[in-house]
Design a protein around this ligand. Structure first.
Ligand code: NAP
Length: 278
């Protein structure tokens, strides 16, 4: 199959490596000439260019640019498409992207491979990034069934597990399991930073694995955090407000020295956590 990939960064180049290793012809488009050269030198793609016109006659195009460029990229692609070309994206928020892109191109289907890394750019690309990871597809009632089937096959080809859900449901779920944890973890780091210098210094010296786990996502790339808040604003606010209610409830229980009810909450959590991690 002839597959186009726009945006040869972590996700785009990783998809390219994996799909090319299975005999697909990969045409890559990226913003910088240097990235295109790297993609060719490393054998990540068969052809590379900074110009979208090399994507004429591709069967599937996967848009892997930063989220703010997805809609513009889809608009710019339209002159080069055959009527049956399928476009998909990999953006980590789906509703605003799908709402616009499916109007622009009926054969558009939203996608989100739920794999990542703290590093970004083509240098961070990995052949096995998607192994065993979920690959969410978010069709609308008007998405052609063939597009869904072809994208399921792409997800399976990169050894991921395809899931189908509505764009809005996807955004609610990622607000809970991905975007809320970033904000909670960011609040944790801020709370430590706001203590007096002597306490802060000792906290920095003593912090160990527990703090490493709980601060990891809040101490990551600030641009990604802002992107989550900006593009998934409603769902993130909903999750944060619910989190605040839970925090208030725990504050009340501790103020009232209601250890039994606090323990009940912690017991429920201990039992529930494995269901999120299996
Ligand atoms: P990334 O490593 O920064 O890669 C994005 C690449 O897109 C850049 O390297 C840049 O390449 C290229 N680019 C930027 N604007 C472009 C444009 N207008 N046209 C063509 N190429 C352009 O980012 P990423 O982590 O792969 O993320 C890409 C997408 O995947 C985002 O939409 C994100 O929401 C989604 N996603 C990310 C993760 C994750 O954990 N990182 C997970 C799942 C989904 P040049 O080098 O040419 O400038």
């Amino acid at each position: 199959m002839k597959i186009g990939i726009v945006g040869l960064g972590l996700i785009g180049a990783s998809l390219a490596i994996s799909l090319r290793s299975q005999g697909n012809k990969i045409l890559g488009v990226s913003r910088q000439e240097a990235t295109c050269k790297t993609a060719l030198t490393k054998g990540i793609v068969d052809q590379a260019s900074t110009n979208l016109n090399i994507l004429t006659n591709t069967e599937i195009i996967i848009v892997c640019t930063p989220i703010q460029s997805i809609v513009t990229t889809v608009k710019q692609l339209i002159p080069y498409l055959n009527t049956d070309t399928i476009i998909t994206d990999v953006g980590s928020v789906k509703y605003p992207v799908v709402e616009t892109c499916s109007q622009l191109w009926p054969n558009f289907i939203g996608g989100h491979p739920m794999a990542g890394d703290t590093k970004h750019g083509i240098a961070a690309a990995q052949a096995h990034l998607f192994n065993g990871k979920a690959y969410v597809l978010t069709p609308t009632p008007n998405t052609p069934p063939e597009a869904i089937e072809k994208l399921k096959a792409i997800a399976l080809a990169v050894n991921a597990i395809p899931y189908i859900c509505e764009p809005a449901v996807h955004d609610r779920v990622v607000s809970l399991i991905s975007h809320l944890p970033v904000m909670v973890s960011a609040g944790l780091i801020q709370s430590c930073l706001q203590d007096e210098p002597k306490v802060l210094k000792l906290a920095q010296d003593l912090a160990s694995s527990g703090f490493r786990d709980t601060s990891r996502v809040g101490g990551g790339n600030p641009e990604l955090g802002v992107m989550m808040a900006k593009y998934n604003r409603q769902e993130l606010l909903r999750s944060l407000l619910r989190y605040r209610q839970n925090l208030d409830q725990m504050i009340d229980l501790i103020e009232q020295e209601n250890w039994d009810n606090l323990k009940l909450i912690l017991q429920t959590n201990q039992q529930a956590r494995p269901d999120f991690l299996n």
